[in-house]
Design a protein around this ligand. Structure first.
Ligand SMILES: [Zn+2]
Length: 324
């Protein structure tokens, strides 16, 4: 009898224990699941945070620093410590206002795969970098556009206001001619060697300016006369003070290559000074721009428009995500 009681007690005890164990396991299971979810969320939060940090810090370095060495765009990939797009002043100090260098942008676009993934950003970060000029006549400058970002879970977007120098450093002469230009004394700063140009002559007058070309640049650069469409009704002459010309030519809507003129006028000096004389009809209306520009020989024709030779306000947009 006592045995039976003992066994009964044992049986009751085991059932209780079993029930308790089930409850405990359910609680433990639930807790584990909760812990799992929380830890996943924290991991996600952590990776989102570190992705945000990477994207913001990366964008800051790119737009505020000229990179290291600061002429990295002229070097091979092995010599580049890190890239930066900030343009340098002549004294090698980066200018304020986040002025980006078009040359550096072109180099980063060309060698993006060698410079950014696994170097500037960790290999697991996927990224797009596009510069959008506010002037809609200019195309966006796509440094790199990742096709995978649109399917990525998390994408951090950094958008910064910047300036881009484009090819403004290649502008040797810039004139903005308005009907009141004749009254503006500054336009006649350079004295013209053509005797009749300083004198008003009935229905026409001249605006004469000079520009200088460094001979060492001539062999791998081309020179163009660029004008906006309103200039088509006027004429121009190019010459040198020691080599006068009366060859009047019309402006056109397309850039005019000056390499032939420069070659035939040139005196093999280290620096050559050329004059551009612009003949205007009195009483013209509207304003127009004229530029003489120096560009690398292989510059595409679509870059030979006046907007490319001015500093342009842009938005630098960096998108970053984790690779799947
Ligand atoms: Zn003149």
């Amino acid at each position: 009898m006592s045995n039976i009681v003992r066994e009964n007690r044992g049986f009751i005890f085991s059932t209780d224990l079993l029930l308790a164990l089930i409850v405990v396991s359910i609680i433990l299971g639930l807790s584990a699941e909760i812990v799992d979810t929380i830890s996943y969320k924290m991991q996600n939060y952590g990776s989102r945070n570190s992705l945000e940090r990477l994207a913001h810090e990366g964008a800051d370095i790119l737009i505020k620093s000229p990179g290291s060495p600061d002429n990295w765009e002229e070097l091979n990939e092995g010599e580049i410590k890190y890239p930066g797009l900030s343009s340098l002043d002549n004294d090698h100090s980066p200018p304020k206002g986040h002025l980006l260098s078009y040359k550096k942008i072109l180099k980063l676009k060309k060698d993006y795969e060698k410079i950014i993934p696994g170097n500037f950003f960790p290999g697991y970060v996927d990224c797009s970098m596009i510069i959008y000029p506010l002037d809609k006549t200019l195309d966006p400058l796509v440094i790199y556009d990742s096709p995978h970002l649109s399917v990525s879970n998390e994408v951090v977007v950094v958008n910064r206001s910047v300036l881009c120098d484009y090819r403004s450093q290649g502008c040797l002469l810039y004139l903005n001619i308005r009907p009141d230009s004749l009254n503006s004394e500054s336009i006649f700063l350079e004295k013209c060697h053509q005797l009749d140009h300083g004198i008003e002559n009935g229905e026409e007058y001249w605006i004469c300016r000079n520009f200088r070309i460094n001979r060492s640049q001539m062999k791998n650069h081309s020179y163009y006369l660029i004008s906006t469409s309103n200039a088509a009704q006027f004429q121009w002459i190019m010459d040198q003070s020691c080599n006068k010309s009366n060859n009047r030519r019309e402006f056109t809507n397309n850039p005019l290559k000056l390499d032939g003129d420069i070659k035939s006028l040139s005196n093999n000096m280290d620096y050559e000074v050329f004059f551009l004389h612009i003949n205007l009809k009195k009483g013209f209306s509207g304003s127009f721009e004229i530029m003489v520009v120096e560009v690398p020989i292989d510059t595409p024709l679509k870059e030979l428009k006046s907007e490319f030779f001015k500093i342009q306000p842009c938005n630098f947009v960096l998108k970053a995500g984790i690779k799947n």
